[in-house]
Design a protein around this ligand. Structure first.
Ligand SMILES: Cc1cc2nc3c(=O)[nH]c(=O)nc-3n(C[C@H](O)[C@H](O)[C@H](O)COP(=O)(O)OP(=O)(O)OC[C@H]3O[C@@H](n4cnc5c(N)ncnc54)[C@H](O)[C@@H]3O)c2cc1C
Length: 309
């Protein structure tokens, strides 16, 4: 976290509750480029003090990162004959990109002189709503991650939520159960994503390795993000996606989780936070989408008419 973009909005608040960290043992994930066993390289951050929002990270540096991610083995603009798995990888990245843009639009610095923050609906429209594919990919990524979370129900239910604060631990356990056994979610969305259709072809194992490598490269590119807060959320969410892929790749043809399957504490944190971010984005797009779209079209057409008269 050395390369800081310079804007005060982009700096991470490192204040920590003295009880939040107790220590844990990690194993390295094949889906990410970082060595998760090296705790010395890790920083502990209170995410609630660092909401994902506008940071002022714009222009060529930010664009170059997105371009390198999409250029990673040409995942951009998947062609018709590209296999489903590679299309899925493109959609996952595009969906995450949409979600980041939605969060920027949700919590934007509207007036620097008065430190006024609020919704920026034109930005939501210009970066996401105007492109139906980006909205679809946001939903795709949300359902993919939701499926991974439900698939790992047994694991997440039994996991130790140990923060050093017994009250918080009980609350966390209860919230995780509420999420995993949410009746409304289960009845309206019984199979959010059918992973059984993926990774099952003849060359499944090679494809898995190839996609794993591509994803690892994407995770490495994340280290070049030149804004601390964007790096924090970018890496966390990519780890969350890697965890979702790990879960859905660890399923055999009979839909059982592989015996070798392990989630680390950071994987679970990243997965649940990613699901939270994606669901916030879906909610905002769902609530504000239609009115934002209509309002902005009207505003822009009246501006054009005024300009013409
Ligand atoms: C990992 C990462 C995290 C970031 N986090 C933050 C943050 O927390 N706060 C913040 O203010 N800024 C953040 N940024 C910067 C932000 O994402 C934008 O890059 C920046 O606001 C400039 O936006 P832009 O309009 O130039 O287009 P960008 O969002 O940079 O997009 C670049 C190009 O990618 C394509 N594109 C855009 N959206 C999609 C999509 N959904 N699917 C497919 N293609 C797409 C378009 O061709 C677009 O021109 C982050 C950047 C990165 C790389």
């Amino acid at each position: 976290m050395i390369c800081q973009g310079g804007k005060p909005e982009a700096t991470v608040d490192r204040t920590l509750d003295s009880k939040v960290f107790k220590g844990w043992v990690e194993t390295d994930s094949p889906w990410t480029s970082d060595d998760e066993t090296d705790n010395a390289k890790m920083n502990y951050v209170n995410l609630r003090l660092n909401p994902e929002r506008y940071t002022g990270y714009t222009g060529d540096p930010a664009r170059r990162i997105w371009d390198s991610i999409y250029k990673e083995k040409c995942i951009k603009y998947p062609s018709e004959d590209m296999c489903q798995e590679k299309k899925a990888l493109y959609k996952l990245i595009s969906g995450l990109h949409s979600s980041i843009s939605v969060h920027i639009a949700y919590d934007y610095l509207l007036d620097k002189s008065t430190d006024l923050w609020g919704h920026n609906l034109p930005l939501l429209y210009d970066r996401v709503l105007k492109y139906p594919e980006r909205v679809q990919n946001l939903y795709f990524t949300y359902l993919f991650v939701l499926r991974a979370v439900t698939k790992a129900t047994d694991y997440l239910e039994q996991a130790e939520y140990n923060t050093g604060n017994p009250e918080e631990d009980l609350k966390t356990q209860s919230l995780v159960k509420q999420l995993l056994y949410n009746h409304k979610l289960r009845s309206t969305c019984p199979l959010p994503f059918d992973e059984a259709k993926l990774w099952q072809g003849e060359n499944g194992p090679e494809l898995k390795q190839e996609i794993q490598k591509q994803f690892r490269n994407i995770s490495a590119i994340m280290n070049c993000v030149g804004c601390e807060k964007c790096l924090l959320w970018g890496k966390l969410q990519v780890l969350g996606l890697g965890t979702a892929l790990k879960i859905l790749f660890s399923v055999d043809r009979e839909n059982n989780l592989n015996q070798q399957f392990h989630l680390q504490r950071n994987d679970a944190i990243a997965l649940v936070n990613l699901l939270n971010k994606l669901s916030e984005s879906v909610k905002f797009v769902h609530e504000k989408g239609p009115s934002a779209e209509e309002g902005i079209k009207q505003l822009r057409s009246s501006t054009v008419q005024k300009g013409a008269s």
